[in-house]
Design a protein around this ligand. Structure first.
Ligand code: GLU
Length: 487
């Protein structure tokens, strides 16, 4: 079989991290099986339409490296398409949906419904009152063909509903196994709305079939809709695709992942300085883990390892601590020039030279969690320090001792050849040799030296900071600390 998967987001303005995982799994499954991956824009709910959302979605998928074979693309900022099965934006396919819906009406699998919003609201309330399931009561199914024609001729507002047959519906899901639902629980779904737009259910089934989709891989929230879809496939005489419904993504308290407990938009994570590679790796492991002993996977490695049948049934917790850890690991594994390029959009222009930024990143990346922290990490190297003098005093030592040790280091560094400052290891060997020759304790010397250079009680090591600052600035910061302590 020629595998074809799809990712059909609704353009609501951002890409949810759960949708990122769905897109990724569809991408991985298609690639693993040498198949095709398509993207389709599901914009039939006009009340939720957001201007610019399609462009933003395409740009985000591109930044995440999830390339697709068919779908809408941006060429110099203009929306175009690639692939033979378009249009890939549902609002451009309205005649196709109308034609298909009318076919169902002719077959007796769908019917016109003229009920008003008010009547449906009344019906819902009365059903709720007796705790019955809220469903359409099929009043309009009783209309004769003549009555329907008269009301259509009078241009009465209407929708078209799917007629769900009696009995039960069973379907197979790769992740969930066999699922059976009593048809009595299923509403006569609206297929065509009063505004002439199809509902998601109709448009999705028609498009997946016409576009040749073989595997429907999507979030678990859609599993309860599958029986409706199965009836549609059957009514149209379309073969069923393979279904795979992915487990929910949960907050740490096991509730469904929500904005209330943290960010859910991929764009937010990117803006906060999470790397696309880290985000992909992280979401990939929400529901699928090729090996308990390993966490880091590139997109290629994920493709090799991906196995739809090994996706977990149970919900996966979105653990931000793990994402932070992973992002740090990716930052540290990047080549320094790549890191520079990724860091630049986060830095204010003109604050640091490329040379200085590079040195800062070489040192500071050891402790970075996100790229957005970089401006804060740059500040101590580019601005005068302000710190509590007491911080310069090492543990049980004294202010006087701190002055003595700082003076000693200042003298030593004054005499050092500037060449030494080309390498933090050389600076270290000179300072350490001095400490040894004087019979001093490391802490007594290195603690005040590090605080005098960094202004913080926790920071990179003193030799690395001195290397970034250079000889002159190192001397200047040591003297400032001595002056402050002595006054
Ligand atoms: N448009 C739906 C969504 O945004 C797609 C659901 C599906 O994959 O069938 O979630």
């Amino acid at each position: 079989m020629n595998v074809k998967t799809r990712f059909p987001p609704s353009p609501t303005g951002f890409l949810h991290v759960g949708s990122l995982r769905t897109a990724l799994y569809n991408f991985l499954f298609a690639k693993k099986n040498h198949g095709t991956f398509l993207v389709r824009i599901e914009d039939t709910d006009r009340t939720r339409y957001v201007e610019g959302a399609v462009e933003s979605l395409i740009a985000t998928l591109d930044r995440m490296g999830l390339s697709y074979d068919e779908g809408p693309i941006l060429v110099d900022g203009v929306l175009k398409e690639k692939g033979e099965n378009g249009p890939y934006v549902q609002s451009a396919r309205l005649p196709i949906y109308l034609e298909h819906t009318l076919r169902l009406v002719l077959q007796g699998d769908a019917y016109y419904c003229f009920c008003t919003k008010e009547r449906l609201e009344e019906l819902r309330k009365s059903q709720e009152l007796i705790k019955a399931s809220t469903k359409y009561d099929r009043q309009c199914l009783k209309l004769t063909a003549k009555e329907v024609k008269a009301r259509l001729d009078a241009q009465e507002q209407h929708v078209i509903r799917l007629k769900i047959p009696d009995g039960e519906t069973t379907f197979e899901d790769v992740i969930r196994g066999s699922v059976t639902i009593q048809n009595a629980q299923i509403d006569d779904q609206v297929l065509m709305k009063a505004d002439g737009f199809p509902t998601y259910h109709l448009a999705m089934v028609v498009d997946d079939h016409l576009m040749g989709v073989t595997h429907v891989i999507r979030g678990e929230e859609w599993i309860s809709s599958v029986p409706k879809h199965v009836h549609l496939y059957k009514a149209f005489g379309f073969p069923l695709p393979v279904f795979a419904h992915l487990p929910l993504i949960l907050n740490p308290d096991k509730s469904k992942l929500s904005k209330r407990q943290g960010d859910v938009a991929v764009e937010e994570y990117l803006a906060k300085g999470y790397l696309p590679e880290a985000l992909l790796n992280f979401v990939a492991l929400l529901g699928f883990n090729p090996s308990a002993a390993r966490e880091m996977y590139s997109l290629d490695e994920l493709t090799q390892a991906f196995d739809l049948s090994k996706v977990n049934k149970s919900g996966a917790v979105f653990d931000i601590v793990k994402l932070n850890w992973m992002n740090g690991m990716y930052i540290r594994s990047m080549n320094i020039d790549e890191l520079m390029e990724s860091a630049k959009p986060f830095c204010e222009r003109g604050v640091v030279s490329d040379e200085l930024l590079k040195k800062i990143l070489v040192v500071e990346r050891e402790r970075l969690v996100t790229l957005a922290e970089i401006p804060e990490r740059i500040k101590p190297y580019t601005q005068p320090l302000s710190y509590d003098l007491q911080m310069l005093v090492w543990k049980k030592s004294t202010k006087e001792d701190a002055i003595t040790q700082l003076r000693g280091v200042l003298e030593l560094i004054t005499d050092l050849d500037p060449e030494v400052f080309h390498d933090p290891v050389l600076i270290e060997s000179h300072v350490k040799r001095y400490i040894e020759s004087k019979g001093l304790q490391n802490g007594n010397v290195l603690w005040p030296m590090r605080v005098a250079l960094s202004g913080f009680d926790k920071s990179a090591g003193p030799f690395q900071i001195a290397w970034i600052l250079g000889k002159d600035e190192t001397l200047s910061r040591l003297s400032t600390a001595i002056d402050k302590l002595s006054s």
